[in-house]
Design a protein around this ligand. Structure first.
Ligand SMILES: NC(=O)c1ccc[n+]([C@@H]2O[C@H](COP(=O)([O-])OP(=O)(O)OC[C@H]3O[C@@H](n4cnc5c(N)ncnc54)[C@H](OP(=O)(O)O)[C@@H]3O)[C@@H](O)[C@H]2O)c1
Length: 241
């Protein structure tokens, strides 16, 4: 594989992935809404093309992705946002915003790229390790990322016969503009460079599930395998809202 389309490529993990793949000599289509950053990337790297669209706008997403400059062999569906519930007070509008991007935005993209998919290609969907364990304040974000992970695993089954592979990516805490607004402590926070490397390594190996950083995601997965009453007691102590 030597060509990749990346959504959410204007910031954080996605931007670093675009830079790293371009540096490796891959052809890259960088996607996002921020035209300034897309222009900056295309001016810096001759092998980066760009597409600007809002993933929450289904028609804009479908129309933009219908005519790509070329068809990539790898699709990294990374665009996402994060908002937390405060003081256990449900905010339906907040939940809607988070789901609009992380779930319906994701399915808008999947619907749009589906006609381009063919045997030998890989689609990688960015979920979160937060999807494996209920965490305080994460009613919207955690649920949206659990949905993204479920969609990825279902598609992996449905697309198997077509020869299209699906990987799910489960990052722990990564230092990006998305996490910069967090006011709580983020254990084992890693850089975007480390995150990009872990994702590239996992995808190069063709892994179905990519977890990083290893120790933090292993701990959360182990906690997630415990009975709910145990999980509740332990996460209540570890992660205070
Ligand atoms: N950082 C972490 O600790 C962490 C942990 C687990 C999972 N993740 C996941 O990793 C992914 C990347 O996160 P990040 O930390 O790199 O965040 P980030 O720096 O905030 O970047 C988010 C990207 O998504 C794009 N995006 C957001 N809403 C969009 C929309 N409506 N239409 C099109 N593009 C949109 C943004 O582009 P524009 O603003 O240009 O549209 C931006 O490029 C997300 O799915 C996030 O949930 C992150």
């Amino acid at each position: 594989m030597t060509s990749v389309l990346i959504t959410g490529a204007t910031s954080g993990i996605g931007r670093q992935l675009a830079i790293d793949y371009a540096t490796r000599g891959w052809n890259v289509i960088a996607c996002g809404r921020n035209k300034d950053v897309l222009t900056e990337l295309s001016e810096k790297f001759a092998n980066i093309d760009s597409c600007d669209f809002d993933v929450t706008d289904r028609m804009q997403t479908v129309n933009t992705l219908r005519t790509l400059p070329w068809i990539p062999s790898l699709w990294i569906l990374n665009a996402g946002n994060c908002e937390y519930i405060d003081n256990g007070k449900m905010d339906a509008k907040l939940v809607e915003r988070v789901f609009q991007t992380n779930v319906f935005g994701l399915t808008n993209i999947i619907e749009a790229i589906e006609p381009h998919l063919m045997s030998g290609q890989r689609v990688a969907i960015v979920s979160s390790i937060a999807s494996e364990l209920a965490l305080p304040r994460a009613e919207a974000y955690g649920a949206s990322k659990a949905a993204a992970g479920y969609i990825a695993r279902s598609l992996r089954l449905d697309w198997r016969e077509r020869g299209v592979e699906v990987s799910t990516i489960f990052p722990g805490f990564v230092d990006t503009p998305l996490t910069a607004k967090n006011t709580f402590s983020m254990p084992m926070l890693i850089t975007v460079e480390q995150a990009s490397k872990a994702i590239q390594n996992g995808l190069d190996k063709g892994l179905a599930n990519i977890y990083f950083p290893k120790r933090f995601t292993w701990i959360l997965r182990a906690l997630g395998a415990l009975p709910y009453s145990w999980q509740h007691a332990i996460t209540g102590l570890l992660f205070k809202s």
